[in-house]
Design a protein. Structure first.
Length: 587
């Protein structure tokens, strides 16, 4: 992959872009007119804000546990979190914060919602929904997903602040796109205006989060990118906007050595006297679980969480630990699944001193130092290249538009420090996603060969795209289809249905493959059919879908497999690429 040119980078900034410093200052002036709330946990404590609570937990060197909860309605969400909190309190599990995960529809202003995407989670409809989450006894409910770096940034950000969420939005979701929301300048400006408000609330403990696995590092082979890009997000949030920044990571990293070393590297790299709590949480990986023999997933979960406990006890960053329920691979976790996971993980602490007596962390310490040193080089290289390309690196609006518009596939090849030093990427510590994907590709190609399908699609051009941020599935599908002889046009991640068809029509393509993972499968299928019917029927499109084909159906609280429902609509829904290749070859 070629690196990005200076001309390309310069052209990422639209002409007439407003000055970000003025937008930021406007938000700061509005800030004092908005009263920030406090979570029920903080209101019932001796602390003024959750960061003080967080600092106290760090000073006491406690291990605290965390969860993600995303249920079908706001009422179920509130009751589910309450049930978890009471259960953990009864068992003396240190659990005082959770991330509430709403539907992606919440990210879109009501007037721009073209479709009901039938996501697996609740939709934030009004201020009362935010307040209900902020009023759960004993809990800091963090409202950051679908809040800040989204088209609905102003409504969601201000209401999350009023509800007392100390992290008001996730910076890293700026890379995502949303159907019907093409005015990126407007909503990025709204995001920046919210950050201006948060700047005025810094002394009250409010800030933003980053989740590295949702953004550019997830496209990279080398783990140093996690540190380099975290420094870049901190640079924009803290240096340019004077907003507290905390980083989260882990969902795409299963190598326990890298996970532990990143904890120290991120903490040491991002630590500042004015922000001594730079790492908020370590999340368990979401890539290595089986979708069969589910109980066996406790084996993977337990070893990761044991290392996370050991690393946090050694480095004392204050980060909370987020284990992932063993059912994550097959459906959105239930409250019972979250209970089971928290119970198992909290018991890992009981004999932790025995493990500390026999574990040697010297190799992890060495890795952390390399990740820190090379990650800092990565970050500095980013600023130098952006500056040399003519961007105003002190204008937060230009920096945000760079993040929004840059081609993620060019990220590592452009900014990795070894490109400057040696002209090619030399990986220090491989991320496991790259290796896992390659293993899947190798196995898939063997299957295609065994089925005698090599070259079967010769002469056919197929467009593939993902409706969410999952890139590795696209890499797998592209390689398998190319082995079968197809020419593949990759429309990328976070692709809107309209963009998918626009690209297909420009290229004269009738075969379209769509991947989706966020519980929107049925809604996406309906959008695809609606858009297809609007287009030239002579094209005779053949659409196939894969990924996690589930949706919450009316009257259900949990997602259901909707594969057959999609097939009955006339779309080929199938995660078996051998069958898909045969169907395409016969059409």
């Amino acid at each position: 992959m070629a690196r990005a040119s200076k001309e390309y980078i310069k052209n990422l900034i639209p002409p007439g872009l407003p000055d970000g410093r003025e937008i930021l200052e406007h938000g700061r002036k509005i800030g004092p007119t908005i009263k920030a709330g406090r979570s029920r946990l903080v209101r019932d404590s001796e602390f003024d804000n959750y960061l003080e609570y967080f600092r106290d937990h760090k000073e006491r060197k406690e291990i605290a546990w965390f969860s993600n909860v995303g249920l079908a309605t706001i009422e179920e969400e509130v009751e589910g979190i309450k049930e978890l909190q009471k259960w953990c309190k009864k068992l003396n599990i240190k659990y005082h914060s959770t991330l509430a995960i709403p539907s992606t529809l919440s990210a879109i202003p009501k007037e721009l919602r073209q479709y009901d995407s039938k996501n697996t989670s609740y939709v934030l409809e009004n201020p009362e929904d935010f307040m209900a989450l902020g009023d759960i006894e004993g809990m800091e409910v963090i409202q950051s997903d679908q809040v800040l770096a989204v088209p609905n940034a102003w409504f969601n950000g201000i209401n999350a602040l009023k509800a007392g969420s100390y992290q008001v939005g996730c910076f890293s979701q700026l890379l995502w796109n949303y159907p019907g929301c093409e005015d990126h300048v407007k909503y990025v400006a709204d995001m920046l205006r919210v950050m201006g408000v948060l700047s005025s609330k810094r002394s009250e403990g409010f800030g933003v989060s980053g989740y590295l696995d949702d953004t550019y590092p997830s496209y990279c082979k080398d783990a140093i990118a996690w540190v380099g890009y975290a420094l870049f997000e901190q640079y924009i949030a803290d240096d340019l906007c004077d907003v507290i920044y905390q980083v989260n990571y882990g969902g795409l990293i299963s190598d326990i050595r890298i996970r532990a070393a990143l904890l120290k590297a991120l903490y040491d790299s991002l630590w500042r006297e004015k922000q001594p709590l730079p790492v908020a949480k370590i999340q368990a990986n979401t890539t290595r679980f089986w979708d069969h023999d589910i109980e066996a997933n406790y084996g993977m979960l337990s070893q990761e969480m044991l290392m996370a406990i050991l690393a946090e006890r050694r480095y004392n960053t204050g980060a909370v630990i987020l284990p992932v329920p063993i059912t994550e691979k097959v459906h959105v976790p239930t409250i019972e699944a979250i209970k089971g996971m928290l119970g198992v993980c909290s018991r890992l602490e009981e004999n932790i001193e025995q493990w500390e007596d026999v574990i040697d962390f010297s190799y992890i310490d060495e890795m952390a130092e390399v990740l820190k040193t090379e990650g800092i080089k990565f970050f500095r290289n980013m600023l130098d290249i952006l500056d040399d390309s003519g961007l105003d690196i002190e204008d937060p609006m230009q920096m945000l538009m760079f993040v929004k518009n840059f081609n993620a596939g060019l990220f590592e090849e452009t900014f990795h420090p070894s490109m400057k030093e040696k002209g090619k990427v030399e990986v220090h510590y491989y991320t496991d996603m790259g290796r896992l994907t390659q293993n899947m590709i190798d196995e898939g190609n063997k299957t295609v060969g065994s089925a005698r399908l090599e070259g079967k699609l010769k002469g056919k051009t197929i467009l593939i795209a993902s409706t969410d941020a999952h890139v590795y599935g696209l890499q797998y599908v592209r390689n398998i289809l190319e082995t079968a002889g197809a020419k593949v046009v990759d429309a990328g991640v976070d692709a809107s249905v309209q963009y998918i068809f626009d690209t297909a029509d420009e290229e004269g393509i009738r075969y379209i493959g769509v991947s989706t993972h966020n519980g929107q499968a049925l809604g996406i299928a309906d959008q695809l059919l609606h858009e297809m019917q609007k287009r030239d029927s002579d094209r005779n499109y053949l659409i196939f879908m894969g990924g996690r084909l589930n949706t919450i159906l009316p009257g259900h609280s949990e997602p259901s497999d909707v594969t057959e429902m999609i097939n009955r609509k006339g779309i080929l829904a199938e995660n078996n690429l051998v069958k898909t290749i045969r169907t395409i070859s016969e059409s």
